[in-house]
Design a protein around this ligand. Structure first.
Ligand code: GLA
Length: 707
């Protein structure tokens, strides 16, 4: 075999090896760097399989396109047909492009009238971006059913972890053994969904946050999706990911092509934390990453303080307390426009309501600005209430099919943004509000699932998804510096596609600190904390009815893009002082929290979390010790701190920036007031934990001593 048929992309210990000797790209290895240069000539030998009885006599490797024509019997990458014909292509490589970080193949089947391409881009963080497309080179329409991206994972990957959830309980992990067959996670909500996994992981047995090998795929897409783990009867396992296309959604006319959502393929040889670290490093090197532009401001969102009850006097009081406690941005939520006095009317009418804002938003914006804060405003531009001027004027502008009006959800329908009139209407009305007022931030909601989402009868989730990306990009173009928060009844539209168009996600409508410990932990597997809104909620949680100390709520909200969602006019002097101390603490530590390596320590005791952030140069770290439930033993498991430089010495001290946690002991361990230890001792021996009441937390600040 000619040496030139083997290609390798390599970065940060991750290798992707592709062999083309069979005429189609075959992924020979995706994982840890194996020193290919020492055995490249042996590769075909190494990969040649036995030929079992009762099989195809000369089996071919199916390669990345997995065609049936190569004898492959699993799910192909490409499915589609031309009125029943051309459903089974066989692609041969036409051109190959390659440089040190990029490899792409263009393959064709001229008799089926199809051309496919795949490109692999190896980023410095070891993340591989995989992009695929298909072009109809025939002279009749081609009905595309799917274009999936597949990556092989080795046989030692025996378990999968993915994430499920619902409103106020997003991103709950589920772990299972990989067995024969296909494990499929599909989303048909027309948005990402609370149940969306963001990334799908395959792991070696028992892999955890710091140990084990992990292979992960995530999609840069915010519409319908499909994530698959397939173990074939041959015993081989693959991860697949792609857009879920509805019937007839993608008809390619001659000369037209379809580009599949890019797949973010991430490998780790050091547990789940390294998956997060690689994804974070990729996102953080983007020029427009929010922290590359400026620090993340403390945000007050007024939704849980006033709901629909907009009253200038009250909001001005809120703005004044916000200033006092150190808030840097105030966001006016739902209820400021049209006839929107409840959630059953007004959606779609993006004009300031004369009833509640007789003098416009100006007086509030002015007060917020003169208090030294930025002003943000809520929109839900993809939606319309039936009881709205917009719907009365344009009932034809909603996604629907079969002359049926889709069932309402939160009394609303979905605007068809693929309709040029609807798109222009939303863009221009939002633009007008932003041009008239000094608004640098919008919270953009999307509060319902899509049912029967069609444009003129044809399924339109794909185009609707592209339309919202286009709309966000155009708003940002017209208003340089504008930041957008993506919300969808909380965390219903958090994904690596939307992360390219917005600056923040609203992680969950649950501000309950205990629930947030879990929701943030798992959402942060793929999304860095600086992109995840995390607010201190009211003392008595509005969603769960739980009561938590301010100290616990504050420590929980610290590890994200922090903010407050609480009627601050109800707070007493002590609470305000504690909030001020917390906002000061956040401002002092945000650059670390938003740039460091994330660490979730594998604690033996499920009643606690130990998580934190370690500076890239290992000079500093900030950890939280969280008592979730009552400890099993009198003395909970030691707090081991991972990610530090083993031979360096560090000063550790407990910190409580927003009031005291509740301690359940006569005396606490001595280190709380300060101790000096090596990184090795902190990882191997750990710190003896304080005994905290459940739903309490303390911070541990760590700084390298000067040697
Ligand atoms: C959704 C959001 C909330 C709030 C309301 C307003 O539920 O998730 O944060 O903005 O809508 O109606």
């Amino acid at each position: 075999m000619a040496q030139s048929s083997v290609y390798q992309l390599l970065a940060d210990g991750v290798s992707l090896i592709i062999d083309t000797s069979s005429g189609t790209p075959v992924i020979a290895h995706w994982g840890k760097d194996v020193g290919l240069e020492k055995f490249q000539d042996e590769l075909p030998n190494l990969l040649s399989e036995s030929i079992p009885y009762a099989s195809i006599d000369q089996p071919e490797s199916p390669g990345v396109w997995r065609e049936n024509s190569r004898g492959f019997l699993g799910r192909p990458a490409l499915a589609g047909h031309r009125a029943g014909q051309d459903w089974s292509p066989r692609f041969e490589i036409k051109t190959i492009e390659n440089d040190s970080s990029h490899l792409s193949f263009l393959s064709e089947d001229s008799s089926a009238g199809l051309e496919v391409s795949v490109s692999y881009q190896m980023l410095p963080s070891g993340v591989v971006l995989v992009s695929q497309s298909v072009m109809n080179t025939g002279d009749k329409d081609y009905a595309l059913e799917q274009l999936l991206t597949w990556l092989p994972i080795p046989d030692q990957a025996t378990e999968t972890i993915d994430f499920t959830g619902r409103w106020v309980l997003e991103r709950q992990p589920q772990r299972r053994k990989i067995q024969s067959g296909t494990w499929s996670r599909e989303v048909r909500e027309g948005r990402t969904s609370h149940d969306y996994t963001i990334v799908q992981l395959a792991t070696t047995e028992g892999a955890n946050y710091q140990q084990g090998e992990i292979w992960s795929t995530g999609l840069m897409w915010s519409g319908n999706t499909r994530h698959l783990v397939e173990r074939l009867p041959t015993g081989r396992t693959h991860l697949g990911a792609g857009e879920l296309l509805l019937p007839g959604e993608m008809i390619l006319k001659p000369g037209q092509s379809y580009t599949a959502p890019t797949v973010v393929a991430t490998y780790s040889f050091a547990g789940i934390d390294q998956i997060s670290d690689r994804i974070y490093r990729w996102l953080r090197t983007r020029e427009n990453h929010p922290t590359a532009i400026r620090p993340r401001p403390i945000t007050l969102n007024v939704w849980e303080a006033v709901y629909f009850d907009h009253n200038l006097e009250k909001l001005i009081q809120l703005a004044d307390v916000a200033k006092e406690v150190g808030v840097e941005r105030m966001v006016l939520d739902d209820g400021w426009f049209g006839s929107r006095r409840t959630d059953s009317a007004g959606l779609g009418d993006w004009v300031v309501s004369k009833d509640v804002w007789p003098d416009g938003l100006g007086p509030l914006v002015d007060r917020v600005k003169s208090n030294g804060m930025e002003f943000g405003l809520w929109f839900e531009g993809e939606m319309v209430n039936a009881d709205s001027d917009l719907y009365r004027a344009h009932p034809e502008w909603i996604l629907k099919t079969g002359n049926r009006i889709p069932p309402e959800a939160r009394h609303q329908q979905v605007l068809d943004l693929t309709h040029p009139g609807a798109f222009e209407h939303v863009l221009d009305s939002v633009d007008a509000i932003l041009s008239k007022n000094d608004i640098s931030y919008i919270k953009w909601d999307h509060n319902r699932v899509l049912t029967e989402p069609s444009h003129l009868g044809q399924a339109a989730v794909h185009n609707q998804t592209l339309a919202i990306y286009r709309l966000f990009d155009e708003l940002k173009r017209r208003h340089p510096g504008l930041e957008i928060e993506s919300c969808s009844s909380g965390g219903g539209r958090i994904d690596l596609g939307m992360a390219q168009h917005v600056d923040r996600f609203w992680t969950s409508d649950s501000n309950d600190a205990l629930e947030r410990q879990y929701i943030q932990r798992y959402t942060q597997i793929a999304i860095p904390p600086e992109l995840l809104g995390s607010h201190i909620g009211p003392t008595l949680g509005h969603i769960t009815g739980r009561t938590h100390r301010l100290s616990f709520r504050a420590i929980t909200a610290l590890f994200g893009h922090a903010g407050i969602e609480w009627d601050l006019t109800e707070t007493n002097e002590q609470e305000r002082a504690q909030l001020k101390s917390w906002t000061d603490y956040y401002k002092k530590n945000r650059s670390l929290i938003h740039s460091g390596k994330i660490v979730r320590v594998d604690q033996p005791d499920e009643t606690t979390f130990v998580h934190g952030v370690v500076a890239q140069d290992q000079s500093r770290a900030l950890f939280a010790f969280v008592q979730l439930r009552p400890a099993t033993g009198t003395a909970p498991a030691s707090i081991r701190l991972e990610g530090l430089e083993p031979s360096a010495t560090y000063r550790v001290v407990a910190e409580q920036p927003a009031g005291e946690a509740m301690f359940m002991s006569q005396k606490s361990p001595g280190w709380l007031t300060g101790a000096v230890l090596t990184g090795e001792a902190l990882s191997r021996i750990g710190l003896r934990p304080p005994i905290l009441a459940p739903e309490n937390a303390i911070l541990i600040a760590i700084e390298k001593t000067k040697s």
